[in-house]
Write a protein that binds this ligand. Structure first.
Ligand code: ZN
Length: 199
């Protein structure tokens, strides 16, 4: 335990995902020792991102205007929508250059332990898109772990009545991991080899 503002900083850093008490302490002391100009740049980046970046009204990806770069691009195939957990997964799939369609970002995965059910995810928004857009294929690209698989199974059941082609990325992705940790070639292959889901 440290005094006042130092402990406040450690506590704040400790609320970030993946930052445990030890990391929070290490980052706090790194910042204390850093040049004022470096810290100012970090503050600037944080302020800018909160002021300028929001979530796309259509897909939930990060965006600098009402629609994200992908939703606003008329060259993207409007028939195929790839469903992912987080905006970082959009980046991972874009890197493979395998996919020319659009995305839908759920904002997480079903996880009863963490109190996250379908209501906490952007599932209703996805269903609304099915009614309003010319979507013929949904590619479910949730993470290859328990939560991701549960989410994929749930979505496949919800999507069944719509009579769409519903596919899931092929196996071969590192099981239990995050989509973003797969290398481009593996992820690209998983995309190409996507298979139909029977719900
Ligand atoms: Zn979008």
């Amino acid at each position: 335990m440290y005094e006042g503002v130092v402990q406040d900083l450690i506590d704040e850093l400790g609320t970030l995902p993946g930052i445990g008490p030890k990391s929070a302490q290490r980052i706090a002391f790194h910042l204390l020792a850093a040049d004022a100009a470096d810290v100012q740049r970090l503050i600037g980046a944080l302020t800018e991102v909160k002021a300028k970046v929001r979530f796309c009204a259509v897909c939930g990806n990060v965006a600098e205007s009402e629609r994200c770069r992908i939703c606003a691009d008329p060259r993207r195939d409007a028939h195929a929508v790839c469903v992912v957990e987080e905006p970082k997964d959009v980046v991972a799939i874009e890197r493979t250059r395998e996919f020319t369609g659009r995305y839908h970002v759920l904002g997480g995965a079903i996880s009863p332990i963490d109190g996250i059910g379908p209501e906490q995810l952007r599932v209703t928004e996805l269903m609304a898109r099915l009614a309003g857009e010319e979507i013929t294929e949904i590619i479910i690209a949730t993470d290859p772990n328990i939560e991701g698989e549960a989410t994929a199974a749930y979505l496949a059941r919800q999507l069944k009545p719509f009579g769409l082609r519903v596919t899931r990325l092929a196996s071969g992705l590192p099981v239990g991991g995050d989509l973003e940790y797969a290398d481009e070639v593996t992820l690209g292959r998983a995309f190409e080899g996507r298979r139909l889901i029977d719900a």
